[in-house]
Design a protein around this ligand. Structure first.
Ligand SMILES: NC(=O)c1ccno1
Length: 236
C-alpha cells in the first residue's frame, strides 16, 4: 500500500487481520509516498490543469513510487475512488485469488490520470468505489476492501462456512441471527431455531434472507441468475 498517511492503515495489523499476518497467511507492507519526493517540502500535489478547486497528486512522485512497488511478482493495482466501479463481494473474491495486490491511496482531488494510464501499460488497474459518497482519501476505502478480501483467504476465518454463507455469497442479504438467552427484554428467539429440525431451519433462514433482500435490496433479486430461486423460494 502507498499512502501519505501510513498510520491510517495501522488498523490492518489489529485483530483478525493482524493474526492472519502473524500466522503467515498474508504479508502487508505500507509505503509512505513522500519517500519518493526529492524537494525539501516533500510536495506530492499541485494545482489542476484547467483550473478548479483542490489539488491533484503529482505524476512524477506516484510514477516513481509505483515503478518500485509494482516491480517484482505480478500484481494488480487497486485505486479507491468515488469514480470507480462498485466494489462488490464478487470483486472481493476475485481479488482474494490474486497473488499480490498494490493499493494506491489518493488524496485531494485524486491522482493525475496519467499515473493510472502508465501503470495500465504493465498491470491490471482497478479503480473501485466502496459506495456513492466521497471520502477525504483512499485509506478508509482500502481498510474496507482489504478486510473484505482477506477474510476470504483460506484459514483466516475460524469456520470456512462463515464466508460461504454470509451476505451476498448467494446473491442475497443474510437474514437475522440470534443467540442466548431464549427471551431478552420480552423478545423471544423464533421457535424454529430451537427445533433441531435443520431442514426447517434452513428453509426458515432462506425465507428470511429472501424477505430481507426483497425489502432492502430488490436490485439484488433482479440480478440473480434465472435458476437461482427454486420453487419454494418462489412460493414465498
Ligand atoms: N467512495 C469511495 O470508494 C472513495 C474513495 C475515496 N473517496 O471515496
Amino acid at each position: 500500500m502507498v499512502s501519505i498517511f501510513p498510520s491510517y492503515l495501522a488498523p490492518l495489523r489489529e485483530a483478525l487481520l493482524g493474526r492472519a499476518i502473524s500466522r503467515g497467511l498474508l504479508e502487508l507492507t505500507v509505503h509512505d509516498l513522500r519517500a519518493w519526493t526529492h524537494d525539501v517540502h516533500q510536495a506530492v500535489d499541485d494545482s489542476p490543469y484547467g483550473g478548479g478547486p483542490g489539488m491533484v497528486m503529482r505524476p512524477q512522485v506516484w510514477g516513481d513510487a509505483l515503478d518500485d512497488v509494482l516491480a517484482g511478482p505480478p500484481a494488480r493495482l487497486v485505486v479507491p475512488t468515488p469514480a470507480g466501479r462498485p466494489f462488490t463481494q464478487a470483486l472481493a473474491r476475485e481479488f482474494s485469488a490474486e497473488e499480490r495486490l498494490v493499493f494506491a491511496c489518493g488524496r485531494y482531488e485524486g491522482i493525475d490520470q496519467r499515473v493510472l494510464d502508465d501503470a495500465a501499460r504493465r498491470v491490471t488497474v482497478d479503480e473501485v468505489s466502496i459506495g456513492d459518497y466521497v471520502l477525504v482519501g483512499g485509506e478508509v476505502a482500502v481498510l474496507a476492501i482489504v478486510e473484505a478480501v482477506v477474510r476470504l483467504l483460506p484459514g483466516v476465518l475460524g469456520n470456512p462456512r462463515s464466508a460461504a454463507e454470509d451476505s451476498f455469497s448467494d446473491g442475497l442479504l443474510e437474514g437475522p441471527a440470534y443467540t442466548r438467552p431464549e427471551v431478552w427484554r420480552g423478545l423471544a428467539v423464533p421457535d424454529v431455531l430451537r427445533s433441531g429440525n435443520h431442514a426447517l431451519i434452513d428453509r426458515w433462514r432462506r425465507d428470511r434472507s429472501l424477505e430481507r433482500t426483497h425489502r432492502r435490496r430488490p436490485d439484488l433479486l433482479e440480478a440473480l441468475p434465472a435458476d437461482a430461486l427454486d420453487r419454494a423460494d418462489r412460493a414465498l
